[in-house]
Write a protein that binds this ligand. Structure first.
Ligand code: F6P
Length: 552
Protein backbone atom coordinates (compact mmCIF):
# COMPACT_ATOMS: atom_id res chain seq x y z
CA UNK A 1 0.00 0.00 0.00
CA UNK A 2 1.21 3.47 -0.85
CA UNK A 3 1.81 5.10 2.52
CA UNK A 4 0.99 8.56 1.14
CA UNK A 5 -2.48 7.52 0.08
CA UNK A 6 -3.33 5.64 3.21
CA UNK A 7 -6.15 6.61 5.55
CA UNK A 8 -5.02 7.59 9.05
CA UNK A 9 -4.86 4.44 11.11
CA UNK A 10 -7.42 5.44 13.69
CA UNK A 11 -9.85 6.55 11.02
CA UNK A 12 -9.97 3.19 9.24
CA UNK A 13 -13.13 1.09 9.59
CA UNK A 14 -10.95 -1.78 10.87
CA UNK A 15 -9.66 0.35 13.76
CA UNK A 16 -13.15 1.56 14.58
CA UNK A 17 -14.41 -2.03 14.54
CA UNK A 18 -11.68 -3.01 16.99
CA UNK A 19 -12.48 -0.08 19.27
CA UNK A 20 -16.16 -1.09 19.28
CA UNK A 21 -15.25 -4.73 19.91
CA UNK A 22 -13.02 -3.67 22.80
CA UNK A 23 -15.93 -1.75 24.33
CA UNK A 24 -18.27 -4.69 23.96
CA UNK A 25 -15.75 -7.06 25.54
CA UNK A 26 -15.60 -4.90 28.64
CA UNK A 27 -13.19 -6.44 31.12
CA UNK A 28 -12.53 -9.87 29.62
CA UNK A 29 -11.99 -12.62 32.20
CA UNK A 30 -9.56 -15.38 31.33
CA UNK A 31 -11.36 -17.78 33.68
CA UNK A 32 -14.53 -17.25 31.66
CA UNK A 33 -12.81 -17.47 28.30
CA UNK A 34 -11.29 -20.83 29.29
CA UNK A 35 -14.60 -22.09 30.71
CA UNK A 36 -16.41 -21.18 27.51
CA UNK A 37 -13.74 -22.75 25.31
CA UNK A 38 -12.15 -25.68 27.20
CA UNK A 39 -9.89 -26.59 24.26
CA UNK A 40 -8.40 -23.07 24.24
CA UNK A 41 -5.08 -24.27 25.69
CA UNK A 42 -4.42 -26.40 22.62
CA UNK A 43 -6.40 -24.42 20.05
CA UNK A 44 -4.66 -21.10 20.65
CA UNK A 45 -1.19 -22.40 19.85
CA UNK A 46 1.20 -22.21 16.92
CA UNK A 47 4.30 -24.10 15.90
CA UNK A 48 7.16 -22.36 14.12
CA UNK A 49 10.23 -24.48 13.58
CA UNK A 50 11.27 -25.56 17.08
CA UNK A 51 9.14 -22.97 18.84
CA UNK A 52 5.84 -23.91 20.43
CA UNK A 53 3.86 -20.76 21.00
CA UNK A 54 0.86 -20.65 23.34
CA UNK A 55 -1.29 -17.53 23.12
CA UNK A 56 -4.32 -18.90 24.92
CA UNK A 57 -3.75 -16.72 28.00
CA UNK A 58 -4.54 -13.52 26.11
CA UNK A 59 -7.56 -11.29 26.50
CA UNK A 60 -8.83 -12.19 23.05
CA UNK A 61 -11.59 -14.14 21.37
CA UNK A 62 -11.75 -15.54 17.84
CA UNK A 63 -13.49 -12.31 16.89
CA UNK A 64 -10.66 -10.19 18.34
CA UNK A 65 -8.11 -12.12 16.34
CA UNK A 66 -10.18 -11.85 13.17
CA UNK A 67 -10.55 -8.09 13.57
CA UNK A 68 -6.83 -7.68 14.29
CA UNK A 69 -5.97 -9.63 11.14
CA UNK A 70 -8.32 -7.37 9.21
CA UNK A 71 -6.43 -4.37 10.55
CA UNK A 72 -3.18 -5.94 9.35
CA UNK A 73 -4.68 -6.54 5.92
CA UNK A 74 -6.06 -3.00 5.69
CA UNK A 75 -2.76 -1.43 6.69
CA UNK A 76 -0.80 -3.37 4.09
CA UNK A 77 1.46 -5.40 6.40
CA UNK A 78 1.85 -8.22 3.86
CA UNK A 79 2.58 -5.79 1.01
CA UNK A 80 5.26 -3.98 3.02
CA UNK A 81 6.72 -7.33 4.10
CA UNK A 82 6.97 -8.45 0.49
CA UNK A 83 8.54 -5.12 -0.49
CA UNK A 84 11.13 -5.60 2.29
CA UNK A 85 12.01 -9.13 1.13
CA UNK A 86 12.24 -7.86 -2.48
CA UNK A 87 14.86 -5.29 -1.47
CA UNK A 88 12.73 -2.19 -2.02
CA UNK A 89 13.83 0.95 -0.19
CA UNK A 90 11.23 0.82 2.56
CA UNK A 91 13.46 2.80 4.94
CA UNK A 92 12.28 5.97 3.28
CA UNK A 93 13.88 8.59 5.52
CA UNK A 94 17.31 7.12 4.81
CA UNK A 95 16.43 5.92 1.29
CA UNK A 96 17.66 2.41 2.05
CA UNK A 97 16.58 -1.16 1.50
CA UNK A 98 15.98 -3.24 4.63
CA UNK A 99 17.48 -6.60 3.96
CA UNK A 100 18.68 -8.31 7.10
CA UNK A 101 16.78 -11.31 5.72
CA UNK A 102 19.39 -11.52 2.92
CA UNK A 103 22.09 -12.10 5.57
CA UNK A 104 20.66 -15.55 6.24
CA UNK A 105 19.47 -16.41 2.74
CA UNK A 106 20.89 -19.66 1.34
CA UNK A 107 23.80 -19.49 -1.09
CA UNK A 108 21.62 -20.05 -4.16
CA UNK A 109 19.00 -17.43 -3.27
CA UNK A 110 18.64 -14.25 -5.31
CA UNK A 111 17.94 -10.97 -3.52
CA UNK A 112 18.44 -7.82 -5.53
CA UNK A 113 19.24 -4.30 -4.40
CA UNK A 114 19.37 -1.76 -7.24
CA UNK A 115 19.39 -4.65 -9.73
CA UNK A 116 22.33 -6.45 -8.10
CA UNK A 117 22.06 -9.85 -6.40
CA UNK A 118 23.55 -9.33 -2.91
CA UNK A 119 23.59 -12.98 -1.82
CA UNK A 120 27.01 -13.89 -3.33
CA UNK A 121 28.61 -10.98 -1.43
CA UNK A 122 26.89 -12.06 1.80
CA UNK A 123 28.33 -15.56 1.45
CA UNK A 124 31.76 -14.30 0.42
CA UNK A 125 31.94 -12.38 3.71
CA UNK A 126 30.62 -15.35 5.68
CA UNK A 127 33.33 -17.53 4.09
CA UNK A 128 36.01 -14.96 4.90
CA UNK A 129 34.74 -14.80 8.50
CA UNK A 130 34.77 -18.61 8.72
CA UNK A 131 38.34 -18.82 7.49
CA UNK A 132 39.44 -16.16 10.00
CA UNK A 133 37.51 -17.83 12.82
CA UNK A 134 39.15 -21.17 12.03
CA UNK A 135 42.60 -19.56 12.05
CA UNK A 136 42.01 -18.00 15.47
CA UNK A 137 40.41 -21.13 16.93
CA UNK A 138 43.23 -23.36 15.70
CA UNK A 139 45.96 -21.03 16.98
CA UNK A 140 47.19 -20.32 13.43
CA UNK A 141 46.46 -16.60 13.78
CA UNK A 142 49.29 -15.25 15.86
CA UNK A 143 49.91 -11.83 17.36
CA UNK A 144 52.85 -9.51 16.92
CA UNK A 145 55.11 -11.61 19.17
CA UNK A 146 54.09 -14.92 17.58
CA UNK A 147 51.73 -16.01 20.36
CA UNK A 148 48.30 -17.40 19.38
CA UNK A 149 45.21 -15.39 20.26
CA UNK A 150 43.52 -16.38 23.52
CA UNK A 151 41.47 -13.25 24.20
CA UNK A 152 39.06 -11.39 21.97
CA UNK A 153 37.77 -7.95 22.92
CA UNK A 154 34.83 -6.75 20.84
CA UNK A 155 34.58 -2.96 20.85
CA UNK A 156 31.28 -1.59 19.57
CA UNK A 157 28.04 -0.09 20.84
CA UNK A 158 24.31 -0.44 20.19
CA UNK A 159 23.76 -2.93 17.43
CA UNK A 160 27.50 -3.47 17.14
CA UNK A 161 27.60 -4.75 20.72
CA UNK A 162 24.21 -5.89 22.00
CA UNK A 163 23.66 -8.63 19.41
CA UNK A 164 27.01 -10.42 19.63
CA UNK A 165 27.22 -9.86 23.41
CA UNK A 166 23.74 -11.31 23.90
CA UNK A 167 24.34 -14.26 21.56
CA UNK A 168 27.71 -15.07 23.15
CA UNK A 169 25.98 -15.28 26.53
CA UNK A 170 23.15 -17.38 25.11
CA UNK A 171 25.47 -19.82 23.38
CA UNK A 172 28.17 -19.99 26.06
CA UNK A 173 27.90 -23.75 26.33
CA UNK A 174 28.71 -24.02 22.61
CA UNK A 175 31.81 -21.80 22.83
CA UNK A 176 35.48 -22.71 22.84
CA UNK A 177 36.12 -22.40 26.57
CA UNK A 178 39.84 -21.80 26.02
CA UNK A 179 39.05 -18.44 24.46
CA UNK A 180 38.13 -15.42 26.55
CA UNK A 181 35.64 -13.10 24.88
CA UNK A 182 34.79 -9.68 26.31
CA UNK A 183 32.62 -6.83 25.11
CA UNK A 184 33.42 -3.16 25.58
CA UNK A 185 30.82 -0.58 24.65
CA UNK A 186 30.65 2.28 27.14
CA UNK A 187 32.70 5.42 26.61
CA UNK A 188 33.22 5.27 30.40
CA UNK A 189 36.87 4.23 30.47
CA UNK A 190 36.05 1.78 33.27
CA UNK A 191 34.57 -0.57 30.69
CA UNK A 192 37.78 -0.93 28.67
CA UNK A 193 39.93 -0.87 31.80
CA UNK A 194 38.12 -3.81 33.37
CA UNK A 195 38.09 -5.70 30.09
CA UNK A 196 41.84 -5.58 29.46
CA UNK A 197 43.45 -5.20 32.90
CA UNK A 198 44.22 -8.91 33.34
CA UNK A 199 44.87 -9.76 29.68
CA UNK A 200 48.19 -10.45 28.02
CA UNK A 201 48.26 -8.00 25.08
CA UNK A 202 50.40 -10.42 23.07
CA UNK A 203 47.46 -12.87 23.12
CA UNK A 204 44.71 -10.29 22.61
CA UNK A 205 42.77 -9.47 19.47
CA UNK A 206 40.53 -6.40 19.24
CA UNK A 207 37.49 -6.62 17.01
CA UNK A 208 36.34 -3.08 16.23
CA UNK A 209 32.67 -3.28 15.30
CA UNK A 210 31.08 -0.18 13.85
CA UNK A 211 28.85 0.10 10.84
CA UNK A 212 29.75 3.74 10.28
CA UNK A 213 33.20 3.66 11.94
CA UNK A 214 32.46 7.16 13.18
CA UNK A 215 30.63 6.38 16.44
CA UNK A 216 32.43 8.39 19.10
CA UNK A 217 32.29 5.75 21.84
CA UNK A 218 33.71 3.04 19.62
CA UNK A 219 36.43 5.10 18.00
CA UNK A 220 37.49 6.51 21.39
CA UNK A 221 37.66 3.03 22.95
CA UNK A 222 39.42 1.60 19.89
CA UNK A 223 42.02 4.38 20.05
CA UNK A 224 42.62 3.75 23.75
CA UNK A 225 42.85 -0.01 23.12
CA UNK A 226 45.45 0.62 20.41
CA UNK A 227 47.45 2.84 22.77
CA UNK A 228 47.28 0.19 25.51
CA UNK A 229 48.38 -2.57 23.15
CA UNK A 230 51.28 -0.69 21.57
CA UNK A 231 52.48 0.62 24.94
CA UNK A 232 52.28 -2.77 26.64
CA UNK A 233 53.94 -4.57 23.74
CA UNK A 234 56.45 -1.76 23.27
CA UNK A 235 55.64 -2.12 19.61
CA UNK A 236 55.22 0.18 16.65
CA UNK A 237 52.20 0.75 14.42
CA UNK A 238 52.91 -2.46 12.46
CA UNK A 239 51.63 -4.51 15.44
CA UNK A 240 48.10 -3.18 14.78
CA UNK A 241 47.57 -5.46 11.77
CA UNK A 242 47.99 -8.57 13.93
CA UNK A 243 45.81 -7.39 16.80
CA UNK A 244 43.01 -5.36 15.22
CA UNK A 245 40.28 -6.33 12.78
CA UNK A 246 37.31 -4.20 11.74
CA UNK A 247 33.66 -4.95 11.04
CA UNK A 248 32.23 -2.09 9.06
CA UNK A 249 30.64 -0.65 5.94
CA UNK A 250 33.21 2.17 5.84
CA UNK A 251 36.56 1.03 4.37
CA UNK A 252 37.91 4.58 4.18
CA UNK A 253 37.52 5.23 7.91
CA UNK A 254 38.84 1.77 8.78
CA UNK A 255 42.00 2.49 6.80
CA UNK A 256 42.29 5.94 8.34
CA UNK A 257 42.27 4.30 11.79
CA UNK A 258 45.21 2.15 10.73
CA UNK A 259 43.55 -1.22 10.27
CA UNK A 260 44.55 -3.11 7.14
CA UNK A 261 41.40 -3.39 4.98
CA UNK A 262 42.43 -7.01 4.31
CA UNK A 263 41.39 -7.50 7.95
CA UNK A 264 38.06 -5.76 7.45
CA UNK A 265 34.83 -7.73 7.27
CA UNK A 266 32.28 -5.89 5.28
CA UNK A 267 28.54 -5.38 5.45
CA UNK A 268 26.20 -2.99 3.75
CA UNK A 269 23.97 0.03 4.29
CA UNK A 270 20.88 -2.13 3.87
CA UNK A 271 21.68 -3.83 7.19
CA UNK A 272 20.40 -1.76 10.13
CA UNK A 273 22.68 -1.71 13.20
CA UNK A 274 20.09 -3.41 15.40
CA UNK A 275 19.53 -6.06 12.72
CA UNK A 276 23.20 -6.77 12.15
CA UNK A 277 24.57 -9.43 14.46
CA UNK A 278 24.04 -12.11 11.82
CA UNK A 279 26.31 -10.09 9.48
CA UNK A 280 30.06 -9.47 9.88
CA UNK A 281 29.10 -7.89 13.23
CA UNK A 282 28.83 -11.47 14.49
CA UNK A 283 32.53 -12.19 13.89
CA UNK A 284 33.57 -12.48 17.55
CA UNK A 285 30.57 -14.73 18.17
CA UNK A 286 31.60 -16.87 15.21
CA UNK A 287 35.12 -17.19 16.60
CA UNK A 288 33.66 -18.28 19.93
CA UNK A 289 31.15 -20.85 18.66
CA UNK A 290 32.78 -21.81 15.35
CA UNK A 291 31.51 -21.31 11.81
CA UNK A 292 29.27 -24.41 11.78
CA UNK A 293 27.30 -23.32 14.81
CA UNK A 294 27.06 -19.79 13.38
CA UNK A 295 25.57 -21.21 10.18
CA UNK A 296 23.09 -23.26 12.21
CA UNK A 297 22.02 -19.99 13.83
CA UNK A 298 21.57 -18.36 10.41
CA UNK A 299 19.46 -21.34 9.30
CA UNK A 300 17.25 -20.76 12.34
CA UNK A 301 16.78 -17.12 11.32
CA UNK A 302 16.00 -18.16 7.76
CA UNK A 303 13.41 -20.69 8.86
CA UNK A 304 11.40 -17.96 10.60
CA UNK A 305 11.94 -15.54 7.68
CA UNK A 306 10.32 -18.09 5.40
CA UNK A 307 7.53 -18.69 7.88
CA UNK A 308 6.84 -14.95 8.13
CA UNK A 309 6.95 -14.58 4.34
CA UNK A 310 4.70 -17.51 3.48
CA UNK A 311 2.51 -18.64 6.40
CA UNK A 312 -1.15 -17.68 6.18
CA UNK A 313 -2.23 -14.91 8.52
CA UNK A 314 -4.01 -17.32 10.91
CA UNK A 315 -0.77 -19.25 11.46
CA UNK A 316 1.76 -16.49 11.17
CA UNK A 317 3.56 -16.18 14.50
CA UNK A 318 5.31 -12.79 14.08
CA UNK A 319 2.06 -11.36 12.73
CA UNK A 320 0.17 -12.70 15.72
CA UNK A 321 2.68 -11.35 18.26
CA UNK A 322 2.69 -7.97 16.54
CA UNK A 323 -1.10 -7.82 16.56
CA UNK A 324 -1.35 -8.78 20.21
CA UNK A 325 1.01 -5.91 21.02
CA UNK A 326 -1.19 -3.52 19.04
CA UNK A 327 -4.26 -4.85 20.86
CA UNK A 328 -2.83 -4.05 24.30
CA UNK A 329 -0.93 -0.88 23.39
CA UNK A 330 -3.70 0.75 21.41
CA UNK A 331 -6.87 -0.66 22.93
CA UNK A 332 -5.91 -1.29 26.59
CA UNK A 333 -3.38 1.56 26.99
CA UNK A 334 -0.64 -0.85 28.03
CA UNK A 335 2.59 1.15 28.15
CA UNK A 336 5.13 -1.61 28.45
CA UNK A 337 5.88 -5.15 27.43
CA UNK A 338 7.89 -7.58 29.55
CA UNK A 339 10.07 -10.32 28.08
CA UNK A 340 10.85 -12.84 30.81
CA UNK A 341 13.13 -15.68 29.78
CA UNK A 342 13.43 -18.69 32.06
CA UNK A 343 16.98 -19.37 31.00
CA UNK A 344 19.98 -17.77 32.56
CA UNK A 345 21.72 -17.95 29.20
CA UNK A 346 19.13 -15.44 27.94
CA UNK A 347 20.16 -12.86 30.55
CA UNK A 348 21.00 -10.26 27.90
CA UNK A 349 18.15 -11.14 25.56
CA UNK A 350 15.70 -8.50 26.77
CA UNK A 351 18.38 -5.79 26.70
CA UNK A 352 19.02 -6.79 23.09
CA UNK A 353 15.29 -6.58 22.34
CA UNK A 354 15.15 -3.12 23.88
CA UNK A 355 17.23 -1.73 21.04
CA UNK A 356 15.51 -3.86 18.43
CA UNK A 357 12.05 -2.76 19.49
CA UNK A 358 12.48 0.68 21.06
CA UNK A 359 14.95 2.10 18.53
CA UNK A 360 12.74 0.74 15.75
CA UNK A 361 9.29 1.72 16.94
CA UNK A 362 9.94 4.57 19.37
CA UNK A 363 8.60 7.10 16.87
CA UNK A 364 5.87 9.71 16.97
CA UNK A 365 5.58 10.80 13.37
CA UNK A 366 4.28 8.60 10.59
CA UNK A 367 6.02 7.84 7.31
CA UNK A 368 4.64 11.07 5.84
CA UNK A 369 6.07 13.09 8.74
CA UNK A 370 2.72 13.77 10.40
CA UNK A 371 2.36 13.35 14.13
CA UNK A 372 0.62 10.10 15.00
CA UNK A 373 -2.27 10.25 17.39
CA UNK A 374 -2.06 6.63 18.45
CA UNK A 375 0.42 4.90 20.72
CA UNK A 376 3.50 3.35 19.07
CA UNK A 377 6.27 1.17 20.52
CA UNK A 378 6.07 0.01 24.14
CA UNK A 379 8.75 0.17 26.82
CA UNK A 380 10.37 -3.26 26.63
CA UNK A 381 11.89 -4.65 29.80
CA UNK A 382 12.55 -7.78 31.80
CA UNK A 383 15.19 -10.09 33.21
CA UNK A 384 15.42 -13.85 33.56
CA UNK A 385 13.15 -15.82 35.85
CA UNK A 386 13.20 -16.84 38.56
CA UNK A 387 15.20 -13.77 39.70
CA UNK A 388 12.51 -11.31 38.65
CA UNK A 389 9.96 -13.19 40.76
CA UNK A 390 11.75 -11.90 43.85
CA UNK A 391 11.95 -8.34 42.56
CA UNK A 392 9.23 -6.84 40.38
CA UNK A 393 6.70 -9.63 39.75
CA UNK A 394 4.72 -8.29 42.72
CA UNK A 395 3.81 -5.29 40.56
CA UNK A 396 2.82 -7.44 37.60
CA UNK A 397 0.59 -9.64 39.79
CA UNK A 398 -1.02 -7.06 42.04
CA UNK A 399 -0.08 -3.61 40.74
CA UNK A 400 -2.41 -1.30 38.84
CA UNK A 401 -0.76 -1.64 35.44
CA UNK A 402 -1.51 -3.99 32.59
CA UNK A 403 1.79 -5.51 31.52
CA UNK A 404 1.59 -8.09 28.75
CA UNK A 405 4.52 -10.48 29.03
CA UNK A 406 6.32 -13.13 27.01
CA UNK A 407 7.62 -16.14 28.91
CA UNK A 408 10.37 -18.09 27.13
CA UNK A 409 11.48 -21.48 28.41
CA UNK A 410 13.11 -24.75 27.37
CA UNK A 411 12.40 -28.41 28.00
CA UNK A 412 16.02 -29.46 28.42
CA UNK A 413 19.04 -27.60 29.75
CA UNK A 414 22.16 -27.29 27.61
CA UNK A 415 24.59 -27.34 30.54
CA UNK A 416 25.60 -30.77 31.76
CA UNK A 417 28.18 -30.40 34.50
CA UNK A 418 26.40 -32.00 37.45
CA UNK A 419 23.35 -34.26 37.50
CA UNK A 420 21.96 -32.13 40.35
CA UNK A 421 21.99 -29.04 38.14
CA UNK A 422 19.99 -30.88 35.53
CA UNK A 423 17.43 -31.85 38.15
CA UNK A 424 17.14 -28.15 39.07
CA UNK A 425 15.72 -27.56 35.63
CA UNK A 426 12.34 -29.02 36.61
CA UNK A 427 12.14 -26.54 39.48
CA UNK A 428 12.94 -23.68 37.12
CA UNK A 429 10.27 -24.79 34.70
CA UNK A 430 7.70 -25.43 37.42
CA UNK A 431 8.06 -21.73 38.24
CA UNK A 432 7.80 -20.87 34.55
CA UNK A 433 4.43 -22.62 34.19
CA UNK A 434 3.18 -21.49 37.60
CA UNK A 435 3.74 -17.81 36.86
CA UNK A 436 1.66 -17.67 33.68
CA UNK A 437 -1.04 -19.69 35.43
CA UNK A 438 -1.10 -17.32 38.40
CA UNK A 439 -1.04 -14.26 36.16
CA UNK A 440 -3.91 -15.51 34.05
CA UNK A 441 -6.27 -16.96 36.63
CA UNK A 442 -5.29 -15.22 39.85
CA UNK A 443 -7.00 -16.12 43.10
CA UNK A 444 -10.50 -14.94 43.97
CA UNK A 445 -11.51 -13.54 47.38
CA UNK A 446 -13.64 -16.67 47.84
CA UNK A 447 -10.64 -18.89 47.28
CA UNK A 448 -8.61 -16.82 49.71
CA UNK A 449 -11.38 -17.01 52.36
CA UNK A 450 -11.68 -20.76 51.87
CA UNK A 451 -8.10 -21.02 53.09
CA UNK A 452 -9.14 -19.47 56.39
CA UNK A 453 -7.47 -16.12 55.77
CA UNK A 454 -8.77 -13.41 58.16
CA UNK A 455 -11.17 -11.05 56.40
CA UNK A 456 -8.94 -7.97 56.75
CA UNK A 457 -6.19 -9.76 54.79
CA UNK A 458 -8.45 -11.06 52.02
CA UNK A 459 -8.00 -8.05 49.70
CA UNK A 460 -4.24 -8.24 50.16
CA UNK A 461 -4.06 -11.92 49.31
CA UNK A 462 -6.40 -11.74 46.33
CA UNK A 463 -4.95 -11.91 42.82
CA UNK A 464 -7.06 -10.24 40.15
CA UNK A 465 -5.60 -12.37 37.37
CA UNK A 466 -6.26 -11.52 33.70
CA UNK A 467 -2.66 -10.59 33.07
CA UNK A 468 -1.98 -11.62 29.49
CA UNK A 469 1.03 -13.74 28.60
CA UNK A 470 2.49 -15.56 25.62
CA UNK A 471 4.44 -18.72 26.37
CA UNK A 472 7.22 -19.74 24.01
CA UNK A 473 8.57 -23.21 24.67
CA UNK A 474 11.33 -25.04 22.80
CA UNK A 475 13.28 -28.21 23.40
CA UNK A 476 16.77 -26.72 23.83
CA UNK A 477 18.41 -23.33 23.48
CA UNK A 478 20.55 -24.21 20.45
CA UNK A 479 22.11 -21.79 17.92
CA UNK A 480 19.22 -22.49 15.54
CA UNK A 481 16.62 -21.81 18.23
CA UNK A 482 18.33 -18.52 19.09
CA UNK A 483 18.15 -17.52 15.41
CA UNK A 484 14.47 -18.47 15.34
CA UNK A 485 13.72 -16.41 18.44
CA UNK A 486 15.51 -13.31 17.21
CA UNK A 487 13.86 -13.46 13.78
CA UNK A 488 10.48 -13.90 15.48
CA UNK A 489 10.96 -10.65 17.38
CA UNK A 490 12.47 -8.80 14.40
CA UNK A 491 9.37 -9.54 12.36
CA UNK A 492 7.02 -8.81 15.24
CA UNK A 493 8.57 -5.33 15.44
CA UNK A 494 8.19 -5.02 11.67
CA UNK A 495 4.47 -5.86 11.82
CA UNK A 496 3.83 -3.23 14.46
CA UNK A 497 5.76 -0.53 12.61
CA UNK A 498 3.82 -1.35 9.45
CA UNK A 499 0.48 -1.02 11.25
CA UNK A 500 1.46 2.20 13.02
CA UNK A 501 2.74 3.55 9.68
CA UNK A 502 6.13 4.55 11.07
CA UNK A 503 9.61 4.02 9.65
CA UNK A 504 10.96 1.25 11.90
CA UNK A 505 14.39 1.41 10.32
CA UNK A 506 15.71 4.90 11.04
CA UNK A 507 16.84 6.25 14.44
CA UNK A 508 16.96 10.03 14.23
CA UNK A 509 16.10 10.19 17.92
CA UNK A 510 19.66 9.36 18.94
CA UNK A 511 21.18 12.35 17.11
CA UNK A 512 20.38 15.38 19.27
CA UNK A 513 22.12 14.10 22.40
CA UNK A 514 25.24 13.25 20.35
CA UNK A 515 25.43 16.78 18.90
CA UNK A 516 24.95 18.43 22.29
CA UNK A 517 27.60 16.21 23.91
CA UNK A 518 30.08 17.38 21.29
CA UNK A 519 29.35 20.98 22.22
CA UNK A 520 29.49 20.36 25.97
CA UNK A 521 32.74 18.38 26.04
CA UNK A 522 35.04 21.41 25.42
CA UNK A 523 33.23 23.25 28.21
CA UNK A 524 34.17 20.46 30.62
CA UNK A 525 37.78 20.27 29.56
CA UNK A 526 38.22 23.99 29.04
CA UNK A 527 39.54 23.33 25.52
CA UNK A 528 38.28 25.34 22.61
CA UNK A 529 36.15 28.40 22.60
CA UNK A 530 32.73 26.91 23.35
CA UNK A 531 30.37 29.46 24.81
CA UNK A 532 28.95 28.47 28.21
CA UNK A 533 26.62 31.45 27.94
CA UNK A 534 24.58 29.61 25.33
CA UNK A 535 23.59 26.90 27.79
CA UNK A 536 20.33 26.91 29.73
CA UNK A 537 20.77 27.84 33.40
CA UNK A 538 20.41 24.27 34.68
CA UNK A 539 23.00 22.76 32.34
CA UNK A 540 25.33 25.75 32.84
CA UNK A 541 25.21 25.34 36.64
CA UNK A 542 25.80 21.60 36.39
CA UNK A 543 28.77 22.11 34.07
CA UNK A 544 30.09 24.66 36.51
CA UNK A 545 29.69 22.29 39.47
CA UNK A 546 31.48 19.55 37.54
CA UNK A 547 34.39 21.84 36.70
CA UNK A 548 34.70 22.90 40.33
CA UNK A 549 34.69 19.26 41.50
CA UNK A 550 37.39 18.48 38.93
CA UNK A 551 39.41 21.47 40.20
CA UNK A 552 39.19 23.32 36.90
O1 F6P B 1 22.33 4.30 18.66
C1 F6P B 1 22.45 4.74 17.35
C2 F6P B 1 23.20 3.77 16.50
O2 F6P B 1 23.32 4.32 15.24
C3 F6P B 1 22.59 2.39 16.44
O3 F6P B 1 21.53 2.29 15.57
C4 F6P B 1 23.76 1.57 16.09
O4 F6P B 1 23.52 0.22 16.33
C5 F6P B 1 24.80 2.17 17.01
O5 F6P B 1 24.52 3.55 17.01
C6 F6P B 1 26.23 1.93 16.64
O6 F6P B 1 26.53 2.42 15.37
P1 F6P B 1 27.83 1.96 14.59
O7 F6P B 1 27.73 0.49 14.35
O8 F6P B 1 27.82 2.75 13.32
O9 F6P B 1 29.02 2.28 15.45
Amino acid sequence: MNAASRTKLNQTPEWTALAKHREELGAPQLRELFARQPERGTAYTLRVGDLHLDYSKHLVTDETLRLLRELAAATGVAELRDAMFRGEKINTTEDRAVLHTALRAPRDAVVEVDGENVVPAVHAVLDKMASFADQVRSGQWTGHTGKPVKNIVNIGIGGSDLGPAMAYEVLRSFTDRDLTLRFVSNVDGADLHEAVRDLDPAETLFVIASKTFTTIETITNATSARDWLLTELKAGQDAVAKHFVALSTNAEKVEEFGIDTANMFEFWDWVGGRYSYDSAIGLSLMVAIGPDRFREMLDGFHLVDEHFRTAPAEENAPLLLGLLGVWYGNFFDAQSHAVLPYSHYLSKFTAYLQQLDMESNGKSVDREGDRVDWQTGPVVWGTPGTNGQHAYYQLIHQGTKLIPADFIGFAAPVHDLLPGLIAQHDLLMANFFAQTQALAFGKTPEEVRAEGVPEELVPHKTFRGNHPTTTILADKLTPSVLGQLVALYEHKVFVQGAIWNIDSFDQWGVELGKVLAKKIEPLLTGDGGADAGQLDSSTAALVDAYRTLRGR
